[in-house]
Ligand binder design. Structure first.
Ligand SMILES: [Zn+2]
Length: 75
């Protein structure tokens, strides 16, 4: 996997994402991603993006306030 910003090699890692929703802040932890060793750019594969969108849609219906989700348990 090459970095989309600088073209260097990116390695598998995990990250957290904070998503602002109309109902509050959603934090998803342990999201599998690729991280560039050169510029620290983080990017996701298409299936991970889809799952993040699914989690976000479900949480929007269910909760208010601050929500913290562990990706590895939700996916
Ligand atoms: Zn890079």
């Amino acid at each position: 996997m090459k970095c989309m910003r600088c073209g260097r090699e990116a390695y598998r890692s995990t990250t957290s994402e904070a998503i602002e929703t109309e109902f509050g802040l959603l934090v998803i932890r342990n999201i599998p991603c690729y991280k560039c060793e050169e510029c620290d750019e983080i990017f996701y594969t298409g299936d991970v993006v889809e799952i993040i969108e699914e989690i976000t849609a479900q949480v929007k219906q269910a909760t208010q306030g601050l929500t913290i989700i562990d990706y590895s348990k939700a996916a």
